[in-house]
Design a protein around this ligand. Structure first.
Ligand SMILES: [Cu+2]
Length: 375
């Protein structure tokens, strides 16, 4: 008989077996690579205090000075979170306590130096795969840590753009950890800042990070969402739902409603906002209802000129895109995944609350709703 405990054990074994071998090999390979690299001792070091999404830590858009080593620390937290307003509870796995993990910002040519901590109170091994880094499973091979361990990974940010990072501890643990919330994004800015399609500088007044997450929550015989005491207990049931490929929730920033109402994103008419949008597992199609993407890096990679005047853009599962918009009208804007079933019924909706003066030239109600005139 396959008990939950056995299922978890075999899953954990599958997760541990391959990466454990890789870790041994890669640790040795890492030595000559470091020796052959630049002398990093002369580079300045800067410590960054990460911000909880949708907010982003302080950063310069145009780099001041040459490359630096940018130090980050992230603590992995396994914790139960509420993911909708019906009170559905979910055993999440997180980078730094939030779904998604924080947006990290550096400049092209900088070195990212991450201290990753897996506290003893966690139940599972974790690691981090940076899509923006080069080699060693994106760092996954060098960062697999058990509860009670920490590790430091350094990599050079050679490609400008927005990129996903996620946990990838091997085998079936990979998709499970990702859809449990262990993903986030990094933005590698060009040293001279962003440019439009003509190569002219583009600046933003605010930046928000929206991490879209698909959740697969099992139901009991009565159709109610089940609650579990820890991630391991939920594993066997959750995999069954996952393998059906139909998410029960598609949300922004960890829960339905996390960016609406009181938590609406704020802006003003005339302000230019950069929205970084990631989806680590599944395709999505952001749309700002009543607004546009003035410049959109759909694939998120800043060496490619942005597209202009988009209505909806496409973020491939496993990537992060960036869109810039200057608000022209005040009001409440919904920012949605334009699969509207996912936006309205499953949770993928955020709000922008924009202050300022209405522009009648752009839109005016000529006749308010009234009875149909006769004759
Ligand atoms: Cu993990």
């Amino acid at each position: 008989m396959i008990t939950r405990r056995n299922a978890l054990k075999s899953a954990l074994f599958a997760s541990m077996a391959a990466p454990a071998l890789i870790r041994t090999a890669s640790a040795e390979e890492a030595k000559p690579a470091v020796a052959a690299g630049e002398d990093l001792s002369k580079l300045p070091r800067r410590k960054v205090k990460l911000a909880r999404p949708p907010f982003v830590h302080e950063h310069d858009q145009v780099a001041k000075g040459g490359p630096a080593i940018i130090e980050f620390t992230m603590t992995i937290e396994e914790k139960e979170i509420q993911i909708d307003d019906e009170g559905t509870m979910f055993q999440a796995m997180t980078f730094d306590g939030s779904v998604p993990g924080p947006l990290m910002v550096v400049h092209e040519g900088d070195y990212v130096e991450l201290t990753l901590v897996n506290p003893e109170t966690n139940t599972m091994p974790h690691n981090i795969d940076f899509h923006s880094s080069t080699g060693g499973l994106g760092g996954g091979a060098l960062t697999l840590i058990n509860p009670g361990e920490q590790t430091v990974l350094r990599w050079k940010a050679t490609r400008p753009g927005t990129f996903v990072y996620h946990c990838a501890p091997g085998g079936p643990m990979i998709p499970w950890h990702v859809v449990s919330g262990m993903n986030g994004a990094i933005m590698v800015l060009p040293r001279e800042g962003l440019k439009n399609d003509k190569g002219e500088p583009v600046k933003y007044d605010r930046v928000y990070y929206v991490g879209e997450q698909d959740f697969y929550v099992p139901k009991d015989a009565d159709g109610n969402y089940k609650r579990y005491s820890d991630p391991g207990e939920s594993y066997a049931d959750t995999v069954e739902v996952m393998n059906g490929l139909v998410p029960t929730h598609v949300v922004f920033n960890g829960a339905a409603g996390s960016l609406t109402g009181e938590n609406a994103l704020k802006s003003k008419v005339g302000e230019t906002v950069l929205i970084v949008h990631s989806q680590a597992n599944r395709d999505t199609r952001p749309h700002l209802i009543g607004g546009h993407g003035d410049y959109v890096w759909e694939t998120g990679k800043f060496n490619n000129p942005p597209e202009k005047d988009l209505e909806t853009w496409f973020i491939r599962g496993g990537s992060a895109g960036a869109a810039i918009y200057t608000f022209l009208q005040p009001g409440l804007y919904a920012y949605v995944n334009h699969n509207l079933i996912e936006a309205v019924n499953l949770g993928a909706t955020a709000h922008f609350q924009v202050e300022g003066e209405w522009n009648n030239d752009l839109m005016q109600q000529v006749v308010p709703p009234s009875p149909i005139s006769q004759g």
